[in-house]
Design a protein around this ligand. Structure first.
Ligand code: HEC
Length: 147
C-alpha cells in the first residue's frame, strides 16, 4: 500500500468513526430501532419455516432463537431515547416498565427455545416456541395501526 492510500484510508475510517458533535437525529434513532425490529421479523420468519417443517434445517433453530434474544436485548436499548415516531406511540415511554417487561419476556422465551433446541433438537424446542408469540400483543398496544 502506498503512503497516500494509507493516509486516505485513515481519513475515511476516521470519518466513519467520528463522534458527531450533535446528538443523533431523531430520524436516525427511529431508523435504527426499525432496523432491529425488521431483523426480528426476518429471524422469526426463518424460525417459523424450520418449526413448520418447510425447510429441513433444525440445526439452525437455536441460532435463530439466540439471534432473536440478542436482537431484543439491543432493541431494549434502542428504545431508550424517547422519540415518538415511526409506528411507535407515546405509550412506549408512558408505560416504559410494561413495554420493557414485554421485551424481557420475549428474550427469556427465545433463550429457552435456544437451550431446548441445543439439548433436544426440534422436538424439544417446538413446545416452547409458543411463548415467543409476544409480538402482536405488544404491537396492539404500542404501535399505531397504520402499517
Ligand atoms: C415490547 C414490545 C414489542 C415486542 C414484544 C415486539 N415488538 Fe415489534 N415493534 C414494536 C414497536 C414499538 C415497533 C415500532 C417501531 C418504530 O416504528 O419505531 C415495532 C415494529 C416492528 C416491525 C416493523 C418494522 C418496520 O418496518 O417499521 C416489525 C417487522 C416487528 N416489530 C416485528 C416483531 C416481531 C416478529 C416480534 C416478535 C418476535 C416483535 N416485533 C415483538 C414493539 C414490539
Amino acid at each position: 500500500m502506498t503512503r497516500m492510500v494509507r493516509i486516505l484510508g485513515g481519513v475515511a475510517l476516521a470519518a466513519l468513526l467520528a463522534v458527531p458533535a450533535v446528538a443523533a437525529e431523531n430520524k436516525d434513532i427511529i431508523d435504527y430501532r426499525i432496523n432491529l425490529m425488521k431483523t426480528l421479523g426476518e429471524q422469526a420468519s426463518a424460525m417459523g419455516k424450520i418449526a413448520q417443517g418447510k425447510v429441513d434445517n433444525a440445526d439452525n433453530l437455536a441460532i435463530h432463537a439466540q439471534t432473536i434474544a440478542l436482537n431484543v436485548a439491543a432493541a431494549k436499548k434502542a428504545f431508550v431515547p424517547k422519540v415518538v415516531g415511526g409506528t411507535a406511540t407515546q405509550a412506549v415511554w408512558d408505560n416504559w416498565k410494561d413495554f420493557n417487561d414485554r421485551f424481557t419476556a420475549l428474550e427469556t422465551a427465545a433463550n429457552d427455545v435456544a437451550a431446548a433446541a441445543k439439548a433436544g433438537g426440534l422436538d424439544a424446542a417446538k413446545p416452547k416456541i409458543g411463548a415467543m408469540f409476544t409480538c402482536k400483543a405488544c404491537h396492539d398496544i404500542y404501535r399505531t395501526k397504520t402499517n
